[in-house]
Design a protein around this ligand. Structure first.
Ligand SMILES: [Zn+2]
Length: 281
């Protein structure tokens, strides 16, 4: 596949110790991008590395096994840090609805309503909600809660008044690590909800504030998204060339060969070499 446009791929020699990979086979190239096989490619120019770089853009779909696993472990760790101390399971009563979809539409907004009412009586209540389906497709809600004491009969009474359902399970989370286990368990067996992609939602203050993320430390400009996995794209475009992993998951092409490393007198040292040049791919 030839590039359609007159795209310029900026290649620069690399004298660092970062790992290099020659694009020998598709299989070996694929092994560099294991995080998601459905992802796309971000192609950009990095002002930090003075060259064109490529990164995997993971699909981040719950339906993708690899992305789901990554999301689950991140979410579980973050939730652990939020220190929930109660686990509340809210069911719906299938006899009151014509279909699972209708029951979901009719009850999902009752969860924040229940929490609003609980706050009036018992003060701060923050939660993370996971929507789960029974084998027959009926939804129920698991809430990891951070709050003071909540009497189960009161929670049950309010939920029944809002939805007509009377099965409400409330228990204390004694061991901090339990929340991690709960979440991994629930999220891992989670069914695909056809009606919503929001399997997990939280109240505004459930997660403690995070320090701001330093943005774009690679100094990326001229970004283009290519609808192809980076392994397939890079292999088809640059077969035989050498990639260098500039920093975790960020690849550039290097005009410095894989091996042997140049030792001879015709070697141009990086200080003498032009900072960057364009290879006519
Ligand atoms: Zn994915």
């Amino acid at each position: 596949m030839e590039p359609e446009s007159q795209a310029e791929y900026i290649v620069a020699p690399w004298d660092g110790t970062a790992p290099r990979h020659q694009l020998k086979t598709l299989g070996s190239t694929m092994s560099l991008f294991q995080e998601c096989f459905h992802g796309q490619t971000l192609e950009a120019y990095s002002t930090k590395y003075n060259r064109t770089v490529w990164l995997l853009l993971p699909c981040n779909q719950w339906s993708c096994r690899l992305c789901a696993a990554r999301k689950i472990s991140r979410l579980a760790s973050k939730t652990n840090r939020a220190e929930p101390n109660r686990l509340l399971t809210l069911t719906i009563d299938p006899s009151k609805w014509d279909s699972p979809r209708e029951s979901f539409d009719g009850t999902r907004r009752q969860v924040p309503e229940l929490v609003r009412k609980l706050r009036l009586k018992f003060g701060s209540v923050e939660y993370l909600r996971v929507t789960e389906l029974t084998n027959k497709g009926w939804p129920h809600y698991h809430l990891l809660i951070r709050s003071g004491f909540l009497p189960q009969p009161v929670v049950k009474e309010i939920w029944a008044s809002l939805t007509g359902a009377t099965i409400v399970d409330l228990r204390q989370v004694k061991n901090k690590f339990q929340t991690y286990i709960y979440l991994v368990k629930y999220l891992t067996k989670m069914h695909k909800l056809a009606w919503t992609t929001r399997h997990v939602s939280t109240s505004r203050n459930f997660f403690p504030p995070e320090p701001p993320v330093e943005k774009n430390t690679l100094g990326l400009t001229s970004k283009t998204v290519i609808e192809s996995n980076p392994a397939k794209y890079l292999f088809s475009m640059f077969r035989g060339a050498t990639l260098v992993e500039l920093t975790h998951g960020v690849y550039g092409l290097t005009s410095t060969p894989d091996e042997p490393l140049p030792q001879e007198s015709d070697h141009v040292s990086p200080s003498e070499a032009p900072l960057q040049h364009v290879l006519p791919f």
